[in-house]
Design a binder for this molecule. Structure first.
Ligand code: XMP
Length: 523
């Protein structure tokens, strides 16, 4: 497991009150951390088996136990030192965390034959601090098989559903709270309020985590660390690397050199747009044309994880080569953010995708060190930070574009021909979405070239060509997402234009899946 906490000490002097999120390996775990930060409370995610001594070192105002895939009765399932419940620190157990609390403190957890999954009408006792100010009946997001069948001594039940007798319980005198459902998931009505109630009413949080403070402390830390060393930064033009560039530039000025690698998987006109966007910003910017290098390595590669890893590795090689040309470069900055770290297998969660700027980093990198000043920040925090340090809104609110670019929007192997098809179709899709004024409400939209070919008819001729998928999502955190409800008339316009203007596409489909169970990108 990566030790993310050393980064905390390195990048910011944490003067804030801290909540510890103990990770039991559920897929929504990091959303919990985001919800806490959103409430202006600093939190850190630690593995569930952190020692009592380490917990004390952090002097937390509260602890949250996350969900996880295990059953408390399973052999080897993650357990907690019982002592943790006697420390006098407010604790909120969620899903597996709630079952573990019940099990550890003498209650009972049982296995149900059916899984309770999805939006579930839940009855809340709103005299409980945690449910203060919310309706008695509202929907919660459930995802469990085991359930608390007997509450431990000293606890009272504070919520239930038709199939879950204890959807929440608490022992107010010991500041112990447990919730079976997932308040962190946006599908839970009032979920945010519940987390805020825990933080503000129960943990007495002062809400002292702000991006203004983070900017000040991280600029000082970067300055101290880098001294007069030269720093290279991978600029993609996306919000993360742009904010990282602006932040590091404030700390080291001219010693920062930004490199934009054109790997050939950029959207139409992207390299030029990046050049124009940053030309006014007083940054040392080098644009490297590495199209051939990347393409040579990707010929015949079909597997998405292989593609991601190859692209990540080649990126580093290009930087090493550029660094050698520049001479004596000490540090490489990357705009890695917290969700990248999480979804690349942080903690106990399963690896969903290796993000090219994390999973793809080879072991022998020829730099003294890699600096990731945004590693602990969520996307919305990165945007706030960007505005805080004076970046223009159009850069800060640009829709995200993945590091591996169009390479992961072509299913299967990549060819120049497929790239051209994808680029043109993507351009039309974006243009039409913007023309229709839908771009304000859709957080990410792009086309995907599937490997499916099907029969069509154009003029009087049979065609056998590609199926193109349109993907457009609304989301606040990119960890969960809904498909955008684009009006049919607009979809029709888009479809007609693409089929008429882009050769080799004879069928267009619209992706109507949410995340989860899908992801936003197709690979
Ligand atoms: P998924 O597909 O995992 O995407 O639901 C979530 C968000 O992350 C972006 N994404 C990436 N960004 N490097 C990046 O910098 C990557 O390897 C990568 N893969 C996905 C994706 O575009 C979406 O905004």
């Amino acid at each position: 497991m990566k030790d993310n906490n050393k980064d905390v000490e390195r990048w910011c002097i944490i003067l804030n009150q801290t909540v510890l999120v103990l990770d039991f390996g559920g897929q929504f775990n990091q959303l919990i951390a985001r919800r806490v930060r959103e409430s202006n409370v600093y939190c850190e995610v630690h593995p569930y088996n952190i020692s009592i001594m380490d917990i004390k070192k952090h002097n937390p105002i509260g602890i949250i136990l996350t969900g996880g895939p295990n059953s408390v009765y399973e052999e080897g399932s993650p357990k907690l030192d019982k002592e943790i419940f006697n420390m006098g620190i407010p604790i909120l157990g969620i899903c597996y965390g709630s079952q573990l609390m019940a099990h550890t403190l003498g209650g009972e957890v049982s296995n149900s034959i059916t899984r309770e999954y999805g939006k579930t009408l839940t009855n809340y006792d709103n005299t409980s601090d945690i449910f203060s100010g919310i309706d008695n009946n509202a929907y919660s997001w459930m995802s469990h098989t085991d359930y608390i069948s007997k509450i431990p001594e000293g606890f009272k039940k504070t919520a239930y559903t038709s199939s879950c007798p204890v959807a929440a319980m608490e022992d107010k005198s010991r500041n112990l709270y447990a919730i079976q459902f997932h308040p962190e998931v946006s599908h839970t009505e009032y979920g945010k309020d519940m987390i805020q109630n825990f933080l503000i009413i129960i943990c007495k949080a002062k809400k002292d985590w702000t991006m203004g403070n983070y900017a000040k402390t991280s600029i000082i830390s970067i300055k101290e660390k880098v001294g007069n060393g030269k720093v290279l930064l991978a600029l993609s033009g996306g919000v993360d690397s742009s904010v990282a560039a602006a932040l590091v530039s404030k700390a080291v000025g001219d010693n920062l050199i930004c490199i934009f690698v054109d790997h050939g998987f950029m959207r139409k006109d992207e390299a030029e747009e990046v050049r124009v966007a940053f030309s006014g910003m007083n940054l040392n910017l080098i644009i490297v044309d590495a199209k051939k290098r990347f393409m040579d390595r990707l010929i015949g590669v079909f597997d998405p994880e292989d593609k991601r890893k190859i692209i990540g590795e080649e990126f580093i090689r290009v930087f090493e080569d550029e660094a050698k040309k520049i001479g004596s470069v000490d540090y490489l900055v990357q705009g890695t953010i917290y969700p990248d770290v999480i979804e690349s297998g942080f903690g106990n969660s399963a690896v969903i995708k290796s993000h090219h700027n994390v999973g793809g980093i080879p072991d022998c990198v020829e730099f003294k060190e890699i600096i990731e000043p945004l590693r602990l920040l969520f996307k919305d925090e990165v945007r706030d930070l960007g505005l805080e340090i004076g970046l223009p809104e159009y850069l800060v609110f640009r829709q995200p574009f993945p590091g591996p670019g169009l390479a992961i929007r072509i299913i299967g192997d990549i060819t120049e021909k497929k790239l051209d098809i994808l680029r043109e179709s993507d351009y039309i899709f974006r243009e039409e979405i913007e023309k229709a004024g839908l771009d304000k409400n859709i957080n990410q939209y792009f086309t995907v070239l599937t490997s499916v070919k099907s029969v069509g008819v154009m003029g009087d001729f049979r065609t056998y060509d590609y199926t193109l998928a349109l993907r457009a999502v609304t989301t606040t955190d990119f960890m969960t997402a809904d498909f955008a409800k684009i009006p049919y008339e607009d979809l029709e316009k888009i479809s007609v234009r693409i089929v008429n203007e882009v050769k080799h596409i004879n069928r267009i489909v619209y992706d109507i899946t949410t995340k989860p169970p899908s992801t936003i990108e197709w690979e």
